[in-house]
Design a protein around this ligand. Structure first.
Ligand code: NAP
Length: 250
């Protein structure tokens, strides 16, 4: 059972991370927003949350870099207090292509941004949450992807594999810390309306593919944020090592 309400959400200047921050703020959490390169949207969101009464800091950090991650969590310690919820949300994808055309540089970029980042942030969170280190417990939520199950052929098998690695971490870490007051879970969003698809070279990807979704529509960031919030809350007190698929039936 956690006593403080302090959440770190990586990659929260826009998209699912930003919506998740708004939801946690509504529920009384102090928020650490994080961005890598786009300061303006993160700062605008922070202003909005503060004007609504939330405590909120913004930390620039490339969470694929160990030093940046250590600095981020130290800043949270100093300015907010001990983290009680970590949402490993930061993630990237690259231009759509088949595996046979991928370079090592591209594959490694995907892996460090989507996998190494989540491991490093989880490490810092465990050191602060775990009963083993006199912490108060907490919750870690990994934002995976339905791609971990579909494999994303002809688009980004590297991205899909990075999310499958995240799922393995969800399971393995959850077992390591199950008696230390920390629950570790994940969500697997399907096709969600955010700017991420433009980074893959196809801004209209959700609409192109929505007819293949049993519910015949793309998802909204809030539909992911609500599941993240539930997993973080005490209402999910017996859930650990599991994933919630949020894919409209896919
Ligand atoms: P998004 O709009 O592209 O936002 C991702 C955010 O992550 C960006 O604000 C970016 O910050 C940040 N980021 C990326 N690498 C980072 C790093 N190394 N350090 C710190 N921040 C970093 O994406 P989204 O659609 O909201 O996706 C959020 C998560 O959901 C991702 O993990 C994604 O894989 C997952 N997901 C999304 C979908 C979907 O359909 N949208 C589906 C399944 C899973 P900067 O802009 O500052 O670089």
């Amino acid at each position: 059972m956690q006593s403080s309400k302090i959440v770190v959400i990586t990659g929260s200047g826009r998209g699912i991370g930003a919506t998740t921050a708004e939801l946690f703020a509504e529920h009384g959490y102090a928020i650490c927003l994080n961005y890598k390169s786009q300061a303006a949207p993160a700062n605008e969101l922070a202003e909005k949350l503060r004007s609504q009464g939330a405590k909120c800091i913004v930390v620039q950090a490339d969470v694929a870099q160990e030093d940046d991650v250590v600095r981020l969590f130290e800043q949270v310690d100093k300015e907010l207090g001990p983290v009680s919820v970590l949402v490993n949300n930061a993630g990237i994808l690259k231009q759509q292509m088949r595996l046979e055309d991928m370079t090592a540089e591209r594959i490694n970029t995907i892996l460090i941004n989507n996998v190494t980042s989540a491991f490093l942030c989880a490490r810092e969170a465990v050191k602060r949450m775990s009963f083993k280190y006199d912490g108060q417990g907490g919750s870690i939520i990994n934002v995976s992807s339905g791609a971990a199950k579909t494999g994303s052929p002809n688009e980004y098998v590297d991205y899909a594999a990075s999310k499958a690695a995240m799922d393995a971490m969800t399971r393995g870490l959850s077992l390591e810390v199950a008696t230390q007051g920390i629950r570790v879970n994940g969500v697997r969003p399907g096709l969600i309306y955010t700017d991420m698809h433009a980074d893959g070279g196809e801004p209209g990807r959700v609409d192109r593919l929505k007819e293949k979704i049993p519910m015949q529509r793309g998802g909204e960031p809030i539909e992911i944020a609500e599941a993240i919030y539930w997993l973080a809350s005490d209402k999910a007190s017996f859930a650990t090592g599991t994933n919630i698929d949020l894919m409209g039936g896919l």
